[in-house]
Design a protein around this ligand. Structure first.
Ligand SMILES: [Zn+2]
Length: 448
């Protein structure tokens, strides 16, 4: 409502011709009223192609039109134009008259058929997890294909894997619970006198709006120096961390699920691609291959125990250390485990397993896992503080395991053996199970 008054006021103050101003203001009111009726349910499914222009004039140059099924993000209305952020996150303008004709309510409903279903920001299993829905939850379908169902989720949109839902004609049944479990009730309050809302997480990106001190937003993600917030119904925006105060502290968040079944675990196979990690003079083999092998086996076992598991890489590719931690943060992981094999200056100088922690909340995780790893008959160098970027940058409890020395003749022989790899998998997964069950406390050793 404020937006409408502001727009009208803007026309009065900026236009020289008073009669034109009144006419334009009248148009604004009529257009807003008309489109508001059309958009009563806030749905934005495009039924046909809608033209988009670079400015709010009919002689403006055309941009890529919005296609059927695509979602655009309304910013505000300017006369009989709507300023929008296009699906490709460009600022554009569309004539509201065309749009009103193209908007139609959905008549399909998705019912969650699996035990749980993840609601994601993008049609991609690795994209941000917005919430988890339970069996029987119902959602309005905005679009669908074989793999992903685009649904309305609260005041925004989300994607559900098509295998987790049944889609059928109809509306949400009366009394059917369409609510889901929100990941976090995280909010920020603007503390700067005026803060910019960006389209992307960098200050060179498009400024969507300026907001005043005291305004609050729901946080949907934290990306390096930015909070990602829900700006309006369909639009996410970025605010610089320095311009706002959050009601949560990611670094101190230690909310341990009671069971491994409710946990999200990110496993990070160290190195990859052009970065082989440590190599063995004896066998000419590389660390990156063993970290991937053990990680995949560990992921399989943890999935079998009911955990939601994500690997930072699933093949011989490399990604930056920052992006590995970022993935854990975006997935709001409960635990992040980076797997490595060690190396020392001289061959055969060192041997055994070392468990590294960085933050205070990492220590319990490191201790519980290492307690379990001590059951393997190899030297154990205990828990040590380690200033590793993946530990520094991840919000959740994180540990980096060095599981033997690539340049130790005896160690590398074990590292290459299936038996040792299996032992590692079982001991780490046991440690994790205990970590959740005992809420981070080290299990009492049976000494009686
Ligand atoms: Zn390494």
């Amino acid at each position: 409502m404020m937006k409408m008054l502001e727009t009208i006021k803007a026309w009065f103050s900026h236009k020289k011709n008073a009669s034109l101003s009144i006419f334009m203001a009248f148009l604004v009111v009529v257009t807003l009223f008309a489109t508001h009726l059309q958009w009563g349910n806030g749905q934005r499914m495009i039924e046909g192609e809608v033209p988009v222009y670079s400015s709010n004039r009919s002689d403006a140059s055309p941009l890529i039109p919005i296609q059927k099924g695509e979602v655009y993000y309304p910013i505000h209305k300017e006369g009989d134009w709507e300023k929008i952020l296009s699906p490709s996150r460009q600022i554009g303008f569309m004539p509201t008259t065309t749009l009103a004709e193209q908007t139609k309510a959905s008549k399909r409903v998705a019912i969650v058929s699996s035990r749980t279903a993840n609601l994601r920001r993008q049609p991609d299993a690795k994209s941000y997890l917005l919430a988890t829905a339970k069996k029987g939850n119902q959602f309005v379908v905005l679009d669908e294909n074989k793999e992903w169902i685009k649904v309305r989720h609260e005041k925004s949109i989300a994607y559900i894997n098509a295998h987790s839902v049944n889609v059928r004609d109809g509306k949400i049944a009366k009394g059917a619970n369409s609510s889901s479990i929100p990941m976090k009730d995280r909010k920020i309050k603007i503390t700067a006198n005026e803060a910019k809302l960006y389209a992307e997480s960098h200050t060179n990106s498009t400024v969507i709006d300026h907001v005043k001190k005291g305004k609050t937003f729901q946080v949907v993600g934290v990306l390096e120096d930015f909070y990602e917030v829900a700006y309006n119904k369909d639009l996410f925006a970025f605010v610089k961390k320095s311009a706002a105060k959050a009601n949560f502290t990611p670094i101190e968040r230690v909310n341990i699920p009671k069971s491994i079944k409710d946990s999200t675990i990110v496993i990070d196979p160290g190195h990859g691609g052009e970065d082989p990690g440590a190599s063995s003079d004896y066998t000419k083999k590389h660390e990156k291959d063993f970290t991937l092998k053990v990680s995949k086996a560990l992921a399989k076992r943890l999935k079998g125990l009911g955990a939601h598991v994500i690997l930072t890489r699933e093949d011989d590719s490399n990604l930056s250390l920052r992006n590995r931690a970022k993935l854990a943060n975006e997935e709001t992981a409960d635990v992040f485990i980076s797997l490595h094999f060690d190396s020392s200056g001289e061959n055969n100088e060192n041997s055994g397993i070392t468990s590294y922690y960085y933050n205070k909340h990492d220590l319990a995780l490191s201790q519980v896992i290492n307690h379990s790893l001590k059951k393997i008959n190899i030297q154990n160098n205990g828990d040590q503080f380690g200033d590793f970027m993946v530990l520094r940058e991840s919000d959740c409890p994180s540990v980096l395991l060095e599981m033997g020395y690539m340049n130790n003749k005896k160690d590398v022989k074990r590292i290459e053996s299936k038996k040792y790899q299996q032992q590692l998998v079982y001991r780490i997964s046991d440690g994790l199970e205990n970590y959740f069950k005992n809420q981070g406390k080290i299990p009492q050793s049976k000494t009686k």
